[in-house]
Design a protein around this ligand. Structure first.
Ligand SMILES: C=C(O[C@@H]1C=C(C(=O)O)C=C[C@H]1O)C(=O)O
Length: 257
């Protein structure tokens, strides 16, 4: 008998380790995992390399054959710590913003907050090479996401946490990434995923140990349990509706170098 192994795409950041742990340890779900930065997860789903994926929330409206599944997400109800705008000066005086090429959601969230909350209209550029952060000119700011943010904490005079700023602006929590499945996927599979994710979140500490994050200079367990909020509740759904409906679309230019 031929067994079809489902392929699941997920983000390769510290904040997904409870999910990865659950998928690896919860008995029933045998799946092949494709781990990559967020923007590549959306691409893997769009190109049919996976039928289930954890994708940036900003990509969901453009994925026609996708539906949101499971009660989980990568979200935050206060400061998220790993999605920040860094600058040597206050954000109101920024003229160029360099955007982490790994991100889809945070790029649009930065665009939303700069336009609506801070009411500035800087020029936007993509940032593929993080060496750019060492060559800031006056008026420059950088959007950085994921674990690498820990290495830059305290290195810029100004750091704006985008989940905290979104909350200030809207009174709502936020969801950066959500689980989607291609319409028509076997419901046993999405149910199995839901169980695996629950198991993983209940074993966050074991996940930290298994993947060696207890040996990092930062408190990985504190970050996963206090900054990240995995529950995709009504408030986060409402936040995404507002975010999707805002009509703001940042199209960064190539980096001028
Ligand atoms: C909170 C985070 O959210 C990530 C940010 C994303 C984006 O900007 O497109 C996508 C997935 C999330 O995993 C993070 O990883 O730091």
């Amino acid at each position: 008998m031929m067994v079809i192994v489902p392929r699941i795409a997920a983000v390769s950041y510290l904040n997904t380790i409870p999910f990865i742990y659950g998928i690896g340890h919860e008995g029933n779900l045998r799946a092949e995992l494709l781990l990559s930065p967020p923007a590549v997860c959306a691409k893997n789903f769009a190109e049919h390399k996976a039928d289930i994926a954890l994708v940036p929330a900003a990509a969901v409206p453009s994925l026609a054959d996708a539906e949101i599944v499971t009660e989980y997400c990568i979200g935050a109800a206060g400061p998220v710590r790993t999605v920040v705008l860094l600058s040597g000066e206050p954000i109101e005086t920024v003229r160029r913003v360099f955007l982490d090429a790994h991100s889809l959601t945070s790029v649009q969230l930065a665009g939303y907050l700069l336009a609506k909350h801070w009411k500035v209209s800087p020029e936007y550029y993509t940032m593929e090479d993080y060496a750019q952060l060492d060559h800031a000119l006056p008026g420059d700011a950088f959007l950085l996401i994921g674990d690498k943010v820990f290495d830059y904490e305290g290195r810029f005079a100004y750091s704006y946490d985008l989940a905290a700023e979104w909350k200030k602006a809207t009174r709502l929590p936020f969801a950066f990434a959500v689980w989607i499945a291609r319409k028509g996927v076997d419901p046993d599979l999405t149910e199995g995923l839901q169980h695996a994710l629950t198991f993983g979140i209940e074993h966050t500490y074991e996940a930290v140990l298994e993947y060696g994050f207890d040996r990092k200079p930062y408190d990985a367990y504190g970050y996963l349990t206090q900054n990240i909020d995995y529950i995709f509740d009504n408030q986060k759904h409402k936040a995404l509706q507002k975010f999707w409906n805002s009509g703001i679309k940042v199209s960064p230019r190539a980096n001028p170098g």
